[in-house]
Design a protein around this ligand. Sequence first.
Ligand code: ADP
Ligand code: ZN
Ligand code: ZN
Length: 737
Amino acid sequence: MTKSNRIIAHVVLPVPVRRHFDYLIPDNQSTRHPLIGKRVLVPFGKSRKKVGLVIGQSNLSEIPPDKLKAIENVIDESPLLNDKQLNLLQWISNYYLAPIGDLIFSSLPPILRLGHKLEIKREIFWQVSATGKTTDKSSLSRAKKQLAILGFLSNLDGPSSRFALNEQFHDWRNPVNELIKKGLVETIERESSHLDHQSDFIDIILNAEQQNAFELICKGMETNGRFLLDGVTGSGKTEIYIKVIQKVVNLGKQALVLVPEIGLTPHFITRFKKRINAEIVLVHSGLTDNERLQAWIKAKNGTAKVIIGTRSAVWTPMKSPGVIIVDEEHDPSYKQQEGVRYSAKDIAILRSRDEKATIILGSATPSLESLHNVEKNKLNRITLYTRVENAQPPKFKLIDLRGKKLHGALSDELIESMRQVIGDKKQVLLFQNRRGYSPVQMCHECGWIHKCDRCDIPLTFHKHLNRLLCHHCGIQRPQGDACQECSSTEIIPVGHGTERLYETLSELFPDANILRIDRDTTRHKGAMNSFTDKILSGEIDILVGTQMLAKGHHFPNVTLVGIIDADMGLYSNDFRAGEKMGQMITQVSGRAGRASHPGTVMIQTHYPDHPLIRLLIQNDYQNFAQIQLTERKMVNLPPYIYQVLLRAEGYEIDQPLNFLRQSETKLRNIADNLEIFGPYPSPIEKRRGRYRFQLLIHSEKRSELQKYMHEWVNKLEQIKIGNKVRWSLDVDPIDLL
Ligand code: ADP
Ligand code: ZN
Ligand code: ZN
């Protein structure tokens, strides 16, 4: 350390380096106003410039003053992040062993990372003109698209943003311009808060159970309560969130609501807008950069009262936070799986403590982690036992597949029940968590399986593309390649994805309206919304789909749910497979039925006596989860112990292995009381041509683990062969792939 007579700024940059960089503060900057929390433009390397953020300043540096370069430009007039936020980010960076610059910059809206000014830009909006409102629309009868757009705009409460038009229409520019030429539509320029206030508010009166939960939460608000709202699907959790948010807003505070998927946000927004008289903003990756920035600014300055978003929305600053809600808290999408591998749920909990806000984690199938936190009194559990309007819980039936003749993947019993339900003009939901036609292609002569050359997994056949796809790396291969072992051309599809199920169903039920919902069919913007409309209108007889069906939606006309294959979760090498299966089946089952026509769930299995299956059909997730927890405790697995996973991959098999062996030695030298497993090949041994290995570390004490990890990370960076491999650390990994 050298002391300097000048003030030195400690700057972090968006680079994967676990330290800050020092720069001189230019003379024209008054030192009375520290730069901490502001972005600056700094020289980096030989001739490059980078946007950085000042996290501290002092007159100390490890670099001699005459070697230091100066900040070129200070971008922000006032700090983007205050001391408290910076402290929290420091803490998170320590916890996740993540480079601080990487973390801070990935927590900012993308446009701020590039150095754009913090300002709200005006944007163009479209609305129906006075003429448009009175014109007879039949004059447009031949311009279908224009008519549709005019209809869409007329039904809105206010002008439409580019975002909303994009959501609804492909290529809307030309038809809109035509409408403008005809004087039917006009543009206005204003601030973009892409959600307008609603005029027709509705109110809902909570039932006794909901009211009780609401009051408990209100009481807890005074002491920054932490809640697990554990209520079966349809028990009215969302209504409780809304009441809590109304209260928070009335107190002049803000609410942050996290949901697992973008697909769910429109559904939430519509509901929230009808109930909450305050500015609501959305934060997710489907927005334009400008829209995201505006939402961020409005949350930061307090104009936006409700912020709804997916994982990354957890970083949104709030001027006066009142409550943070994490809906479907068990959902794995809250954990980031690349870059800084943070858990948005855990960060939400941390933030609530730091910012003195109430936190509510909600789910019909709470994660074992949260249930464990209830055990430790870190969360207060509030249970909702009944469905609103006395909708009955579904009845479960097991179908023993052993030795039975199947039609495609369907048993006679399931088909028979489907016929009855469709005959009664009700709907069937079939759940199969595999997209594509068939997940495995096998040589009928010799049993060879067609795998991806670059990854160690079988290719999935997609019939509409007539191609084989790798679901890990996305590579495509033509269908019809001969067997690479025996040259036979008789390659048969094994297993049933949603596409193949759809085909079977079309043959078995030629008159039925069948809808397939998976990532392939919902790729288009707005697709999920229009599918939901179709289902709710009763137009559809059978819907078949993946876990997308298990999220957020209610389908009251569905009276039969078929779980095509419950066995996948039973014998996996992932210790979380059982928990995931239980959550998925319970969630899908909960989509069905209402008071007047309760639902039935039929589960097809080859293991009707398996204890997990037996527990699930009692429709008692609480008991199911409790037993899983006890098992985890017995065998010393999370949430009873803490894990850190070091992954490494490289083109030559020796490189990652070598790196991990050296890493292991270094760790054993630092700590002799940690359990270290490996290095061993990852369950997916090869991906995109790289060999993959991992080292798994267990500890019963989180603090101990953290202490050693820091010393270790610094040592890892010195391992020479580290340059040849890609390695990453995953703290609290949710899968060990
Ligand atoms: P969850 O979030 O637990 O799945 P929701 O809050 O979505 O449950 O409620 C399910 C359905 O019941 C929704 O259509 C909702 O509008 C309705 N609902 C919830 N609470 C009430 C209530 N107290 N009175 C009338 N309808 C309600
Ligand atoms: Zn063969
Ligand atoms: Zn692949």
